[in-house]
Design a protein around this ligand. Structure first.
Ligand SMILES: N[C@@H](CCC(=O)N[C@@H](CS)C(=O)NCC(=O)O)C(=O)O
Length: 241
């Protein structure tokens, strides 16, 4: 029996052979690359790990934005990953799904302790740092040195520096947070974008890490594509709501 016939009879085998061929059929719904920090994370993971996907960009803050997102997810937020009939929403859930689906690729660190730490710092990013997020919203186009440096944002920055130092010292071998680029670096890449926009001063070792993240081919591509966007969303610009 030919493999294709086998695959047709066994949907799971068909799915895994598709994955192996890298014709995944995956679609990732994202917002504007300049502003949508949550979209950036799974997009970077897919791109960095060379997982084929179709990008569906829904510009935010337009009359039709809510309806367009609602067509993919009742949660009304991007990113959303579409895999056949399945919609996975929320950046962390999407990354976990990808790690499970592409288990042969090291999306998470391979070492158990490193992986536990990586998951912890992603959860901390996902649930925390409210002052950094509100005072220094991601805006890759902009240069806003000195803005947003409130005591709350400074406290969030201090904790992020502590996380980066700990990971680089214990696991990172001075490259990415856990050695090779992983979901953890994708989760902190929008923070690197913010540090650049708002000119956050970092210790040399941490600046080196931030520079390596910005230079990673997937991140560099996101930056390039964000700079090619022309939409301006006033509420995310200085002086906006
Ligand atoms: N916890 C969610 C947050 C997603 C989120 O807040 N997305 C924003 C864009 S970055 C959004 O979709 N906003 C909808 C809108 O502005 O209409 C995640 O991790 O994916």
């Amino acid at each position: 029996m030919q493999t294709t016939e086998l695959d047709t009879a066994r949907p799971q085998a068909a799915a895994s052979s598709q994955r192996a061929l890298n014709k995944t059929g995956l679609k990732l719904v994202i917002g504007n690359k300049n502003y949508s920090s949550w979209s950036m994370r799974p997009w970077l993971v897919l791109t960095a790990f060379d997982i084929d996907f179709e990008e569906i960009r829904v510009p935010l803050d337009r009359a039709d934005t809510a309806a367009r997102i609602a067509a993919y997810s009742a949660a009304g937020r991007v990113p959303v990953l579409i895999d056949g009939n399945l919609a996975v929403w929320d950046s962390l859930a999407i990354c976990e799904y990808l790690a499970e689906q592409f288990a042969a690729r090291p999306l998470w660190p391979q070492d158990t302790a490193a992986r536990a730490m990586a998951r912890s710092i992603c959860a901390e990013m996902h649930a925390g740092f409210p002052d950094l997020r509100s005072q220094m919203s991601m805006n890759i186009h902009a240069s806003l040195p000195g803005r947003g440096h409130t005591p709350g944002a400074q406290a969030d920055i201090g904790r992020i520096c502590e996380i980066w130092e700990t990971c680089l010292a214990n696991f990172g071998h001075r490259q990415f947070l856990f050695g090779d680029f992983s979901i953890a670096d994708a989760f902190y890449a929008p923070v690197v974008m913010r540090f650049r926009t708002y000119a956050v001063s970092l210790a040399p070792a941490l600046q080196g890490y931030a520079d390596r993240v910005a230079a990673h081919p997937a991140v560099a591509r996101w930056i390039r594509e964000s700079l090619a966007e022309t939409e301006v969303i006033p509420k995310y610009e200085p002086g906006g709501d």
